[in-house]
Structure formats: structure tokens, C-alpha cells
Design a protein around this ligand. Structure first.
Ligand SMILES: C[S@@+](CC[C@H](N)C(=O)[O-])C[C@H]1O[C@@H](n2cnc3c(N)ncnc32)[C@H](O)[C@@H]1O
Length: 240
């Protein structure tokens, strides 16, 4: 229920999936976001599939709104939806000077948008979309306009250095099951050879420390030289 806050994760609307990395460390998460995809491969792939010039864009689970200004530069309107109140406030501050951008404090299960009002939806690092997330996908289907496209961008845990680390952390995560989940719901996939590029070793270590338990973060930081990490991702999309 939007506006009704659970007590153990005091700042999130009901139905939010705990996201300790960004909930507890939004400033380090910002460092992470700045390191993501220096080549712009994700945005290029999305643009080829469904450009958003002049479009109504929705960013589901927008966090601190890192991606909202990028969308706002070309879109007619962009709405960020974020269930964590503190993050929604940060996202609102970020877009305060952008007349075509706004932020709503809500979750994917109850999108505060009219039916058939969105041309391009984006959900990034959206583990709240996966098995069990059918109410959110039904909401997406409700708000998407005919001819629109919804994107779900997430790790390809089957590949790359980051994928190997991710599977160490979540040994029961089955990339094939995830693929079956999405293809069974009409989503296509494009594999993107994304990399993270940090400004310093300290930044890299700080980000791994919010992404993984302390022992794994220390091990991964020690084994991995340099400032870059290969991090293949899946850009999934569905036309409506
Ligand atoms: C890993 S963060 C990614 C944030 C943002 N997409 C980005 O790329 O910077 C995942 C986000 O999903 C949000 N989230 C968790 N459960 C959600 C739900 N049920 N509906 C929408 N967003 C949700 C979290 O609060 C968090 O901000």
C-alpha cells in the first residue's frame, strides 16, 4: 500500500525487496553508478531497440535517480518510481531543476500512473523483477502504451568476472532459470559486454564492499588488479 511503511525496513513501502547496497550506502552506490558502462553500451542497445526521443519514460526502482537526467535529456517526460522514501527524496532533489522529470514514492506492484501512459519503461539492477514479481509485471502491462517497450537490465551471472563473483555469493542463482522466466513472459534478450571503470582502487574496493559480504569483497579485491571489472549484462525488452 503506497504510503504505508513497514517498520523493520523503516523507509520502504510494502512489497519493496530489501536492497542493502543502495539503502544503506547511497553515496557509495553513486560511485558504483559512475563506474558503470563508460562506453554507453547499454544506452546504445536500448536506443536501437526503442528510442525515447519525445517519449513518456518510466524508471521503475530508480533509486537515487541516477538515470533520470539522462532520460530527461531526450524524453518528453520521465517519471522515477522508488519505494524507499529516503532514496525517493534524493532522486527528487536530483531532478529538481528538470521540468519534465518527477519522482513518486511507490513500488512496482502499484505504479501510480494511468493505464496506457508509458512509451519506454526501464528497470536497472532490478532484482525485484524476477520469479515472484508477477504483480509488478501486470502493473507494467497496465501502464505501457501500445508500441512501447519495457527494458529490464540486469547482470548476466553466467559470464564474466562479475558473474563468477555473483555466483559465489548466490550459489543457488540459476541463470538458465532466470532466462526461462523472462523468455516465458515474452521478453527478448541482448547480451552486452559491459565493464565497470573506477577512478581509484579505493573506489573499487568500497563498491565491492557494499555488493558482497566482507570476506568475499576482500578476496575479490585482492585477486583482481587494476581499475576495471568485466561485467556482462542482459538487456531484456518486451514490446507492448
Ligand atoms: C540495486 S538498486 C538500483 C537502483 C537504480 N535502478 C540504479 O540503477 O541506480 C534497486 C532498487 O530497486 C528498488 N526496489 C526494491 N523493491 C522494489 C519494488 N518492489 N518496486 C520497485 N522498486 C523496488 C530499491 O529500493 C532500489 O532502489
Amino acid at each position: 500500500v503506497p504510503g504505508e511503511y513497514v517498520t523493520n525496513v523503516s523507509q520502504a513501502v510494502r512489497g519493496a525487496i530489501p536492497s542493502p547496497n543502495i539503502w544503506n550506502s547511497p553515496d557509495i552506490y553513486e560511485v558504483y553508478n559512475r563506474a558503470v558502462d563508460p562506453d554507453g553500451l547499454i544506452e546504445s542497445a536500448m536506443t536501437e531497440i526503442r528510442p525515447w526521443d519525445g517519449a513518456a519514460v518510466l524508471d521503475v526502482g530508480c533509486g537515487t535517480g541516477f538515470h533520470l537526467p539522462r532520460f530527461a535529456a531526450r524524453a518528453r517526460t520521465v517519471v522515477g518510481v522508488e519505494p524507499h522514501r529516503g532514496l525517493a527524496v534524493r532522486a527528487r532533489d536530483r531532478v529538481a531543476g528538470l521540468p519534465n522529470a518527477s519522482v513518486r514514492n511507490a513500488g512496482a506492484q502499484e505504479l501510480p500512473l494511468p493505464p496506457a501512459s508509458v512509451d519506454v519503461a526501464h528497470a536497472r539492477w532490478a532484482y525485484f523483477f524476477g520469479p515472484g514479481c508477477e504483480p509488478g509485471l501486470a502493473e507494467l502491462a497496465r501502464v505501457m502504451r501500445k508500441g512501447g517497450a519495457a527494458f529490464v537490465v540486469d547482470i548476466d551471472a553466467a559470464r564474466g568476472t562479475y558473474g563468477r563473483w555473483f555466483r559465489r555469493h548466490f550459489p543457488r542463482y540459476e541463470p538458465d532459470d532466470v532466462e526461462r522466466f523472462w523468455s516465458g513472459r515474452g521478453f527478448s534478450r541482448r547480451r552486452v559486454e559491459m565493464r565497470l571503470a573506477f577512478e581509484s582502487r579505493a573506489d573499487l574496493a568500497a563498491v565491492l564492499a557494499i555488493e558482497f559480504p566482507a570476506d568475499l569483497a576482500a578476496e575479490f579485491t585482492a585477486e583482481h588488479a587494476g581499475l576495471e571489472i568485466d561485467y556482462p549484462v542482459n538487456v531484456r525488452w518486451k514490446y507492448y
